[in-house]
Design a protein around this ligand. Structure first.
Ligand SMILES: NC(=O)c1ccc[n+]([C@@H]2O[C@H](COP(=O)([O-])OP(=O)(O)OC[C@H]3O[C@@H](n4cnc5c(N)ncnc54)[C@H](OP(=O)(O)O)[C@@H]3O)[C@@H](O)[C@H]2O)c1
Length: 356
């Protein structure tokens, strides 16, 4: 199959296109693009290098072969040339590439994004044996599990700092001793359980449809979770903190725990919608999914409600309001996507998740 790869401005990215087997997948195409860009950049770089150092062009061929294999070797050292070649080899690796089908001129619709697990044949018109795709560089990528791990690690570490080291409040001008209330201890256990659960779900429960997310999301999401985590921890563990009544605290934590368990069960149900190597979206069913489309978000919001009933801080309520508005938007988008797929028979392969 002949594949023409263009940039968004319509310029041909790979001169002469690529020839791939009829059974090739989108991942095969991305790897072929990576290889060709690497060869081009590598050749250009080594040509410049050879011209500068006045060494033979054979050196360039050896170097290109070498860098193509570099990941498989254990290379150490900081030789400038090798480092540059290695950097080139990292550029435009498959998960950095977003491939879409070109839109007909004048069309305002959303373009179809090629899914990395699918066969190229699925995107070919009729019996044609050629395909044109538009390439976009998504920038440096990280695995979803890495992104989630780091965003949840912050709250998991920062919160106990305020509980176990009350001296930090001296930095904020509070000199007196702190008396720890039971509500503060339960809040610590509740909070730690929540983020520990999320990390475990990330590694052992979720079946993500996309392997990676832009590196910039790590900084954005960490800023969100780490800042809110520290802010809430600061107020709940404050020496001047006034606990709610014993009854209110117990009702809040009990309700919140019930919602955390329900949230875990919702994630198990979502996992069962996909095989280990599958993507795609199914209509979730069973348990609270029989009532709402995104029962996982509903239970997540309610478990924060339980935490806030039990601890009653402004910081906790602000976090809940922000999280609820984010999840409501995502839930509405996910509901629309399922309606499009199952009621209107249209495919929508765009990622709706906000990467958080
Ligand atoms: N506090 C906050 O601000 C906040 C914000 C958002 C989320 N959260 C929490 O973080 C958890 C994870 O959220 P998330 O948005 O990353 O993931 P999610 O929507 O809860 O989904 C979890 C996993 O199930 C998959 N999935 C979802 N709907 C599916 C469907 N209809 N068919 C097949 N698979 C489906 C997702 O796949 P994909 O990879 O395709 O998405 C993902 O791998 C949430 O449940 C919530 O507890 C908190």
């Amino acid at each position: 199959m002949k594949v023409t790869v263009t940039t968004r401005s319509g310029r041909e990215l790979i001169k002469g296109g690529l020839e791939l087997s009829d059974s090739a997948t989108v991942t095969d195409l991305q790897e072929a693009i990576h290889k060709r860009i690497l060869m081009y950049n590598g050749a250009h770089f080594t040509w410049t290098l050879c011209a500068t150092l006045e060494v033979s062009m054979d050196t360039s061929k050896i170097a290109i072969g070498w860098i193509m294999d570099m990941d498989k070797r254990s290379v150490h050292g900081h030789h400038g040339v090798l480092w540059t070649l290695w950097t080139l080899s990292k550029k435009y690796y498959p998960s950095r590439q977003r491939l879409i089908l070109p839109l007909p001129p004048g069309s305002k619709g959303r373009p179809t994004v090629l899914h990395y697990k699918k066969s190229l044949k699925e995107y070919v018109d009729g019996n044609k044996n050629e395909l044109t795709v538009v390439f976009k560089d998504l920038g440096p990528q990280v695995n979803y599990s890495t992104l989630f791990f780091f965003e949840y690690l912050g709250p998991l570490i920062l919160y106990p700092v305020f509980y176990y080291f009350p001296d930090v409040y001296q930095l904020f001008g509070y000199k007196g001793e702190r008396v720890t209330h039971p509500a503060q201890s339960y809040a610590l256990y509740y909070w730690s359980l929540h983020y520990f659960k999320r990390i475990m779900e990330t590694f052992f429960v979720h079946r993500f449809s996309h392997a990676t997310s832009p590196l910039s999301n790590v900084f954005r999401n960490c800023a969100y979770y780490w800042t809110f985590g520290a802010w809430i921890a600061y107020y709940v563990n404050h020496p001047l903190y006034t606990p709610v009544s014993d009854r209110q605290m117990k009702v809040g934590f009990a309700f919140g725990l019930l919602c955390q368990v329900s949230n875990f069960y919702c994630h198990i149900l979502l996992r069962s919608l996909r095989s280990s190597d599958g993507g795609g979206y199914q209509i979730p069913y069973g348990f609270l999914f029989n009532i709402v489309t995104c029962a996982n978000y509903t239970t997540e919001i309610y478990q924060w409600l339980g935490f806030n009933v039990a601890t009653q801080t402004i910081a906790g309520c602000v976090f809940m309001a922000v999280a609820a508005s984010i999840m409501t938007n995502w839930a509405l988008a996910k509901h629309r996507r399922l309606k499009k797929i199952y009621l209107m028979g249209k495919r929508e392969d765009q990622n709706i998740r906000g990467d958080g």
